[in-house]
Design a protein around this ligand. Sequence first.
Ligand SMILES: Cc1ncc(COP(=O)(O)O)c(C=O)c1O
Length: 137
Amino acid sequence: MQFIDLKSQQDRIRPQIEDRIRQVLDHGQYIMGPEVKELEEQLASFVNVKHCITCSSGTDALLMALMVLDIGPGDEVITVLYTWISTAEVIALLGAKPVFIDVQPDTFNMDPSQIEPAITPTPGPSCRSAYTANART
Ligand SMILES: Cc1ncc(COP(=O)(O)O)c(C=O)c1O
């Protein structure tokens, strides 16, 4: 059984895809080229924000979000059990500790009622980050 029919999706816009691929091959700017800037601008406009920064993978996106918050050794990051491994992996990669809570059974989103009980009492800032990335099948 074919769960995702990429071919029929692609067939609808095939000429446009081929045109854009040809343009990239013509200018040869494969990294950070004009198409990347165009995509970032369109995405920012679509979600109505000033800036959009693209990156190479979902894992990098998660890592960047934690780096912006300066997450590192000594920090705990509350996240969900029901997700892809990258969600916890990037927390550990930065030297922080993942603290797992569950998702809501109806939405598969983080159960907000479990966040506060999962916060470890510290003399410093109490909760800088609770983040989630759900893998839905
Ligand atoms: C919830 C979630 N987060 C992160 C990732 C990692 O994305 P990538 O494979 O692009 O690094 C995945 C990939 O399946 C994912 O499902």
